[in-house]
Design a protein around this ligand. Sequence first.
Ligand code: ADP
Length: 192
Amino acid sequence: MNIILLGPPGAGKGTQARFLTDERGMVQLSTGDMLRAAKDSGSEMGKIVADVMARGDLVTDEIVIGLIREQLETVKANGFVFDGFPRTLAQADALSALLEEQGQTLDAVIELEVNDDVLVDRIVGRAAEAAAAGQPVRADDNAESLKVRLMEYYKKTSPLIGYYYAKGQLSGVDGLGEMADVKAAIAKVLDV
Ligand code: ADP
């Protein structure tokens, strides 16, 4: 089973993706994590994406589609959880072509529904917690980048909600509850 977790920054996609990998043996494909790893490795691509990410802008479709292609071609899994990908209609089309090439299907798109005030509090809180614990704070977890990330989400990613709805693949889940409740709501969608 292959699924997409869709939702704005701070909606809880990463947290829920980890539950799915821990409990269902699925593999999480987070383009954000892959790009951060490229940045930390100091590779050429990492250097190109670092500033774009710190600002909160989207990295080019070409780069992220390349990253996903590489994973789909090399990793064998009991299903993938796409987290933070696709983020544009071009990425969504590329994903369906890639899955088709691999003889795979997209089984569900789960939108984590939240409101913007909560997102800002969660992300600013996440940065403050990390800082207090002496952990690294993400370069884009600040008020300025967050504004850009939200705008990018509404301009480029939120159209995917309509796209997948029209394809009959969208399920909405209330992302405002406790982590365990959100997890249960996702399980209800997947285990039908
Ligand atoms: P968030 O917590 O904002 O959802 P992610 O960890 O998914 O963040 O992504 C962090 C940053 O990495 C994004 O703001 C963007 O710059 C870049 N990025 C991640 N995934 C994509 C993608 N699919 N397309 C373009 N840029 C991406």
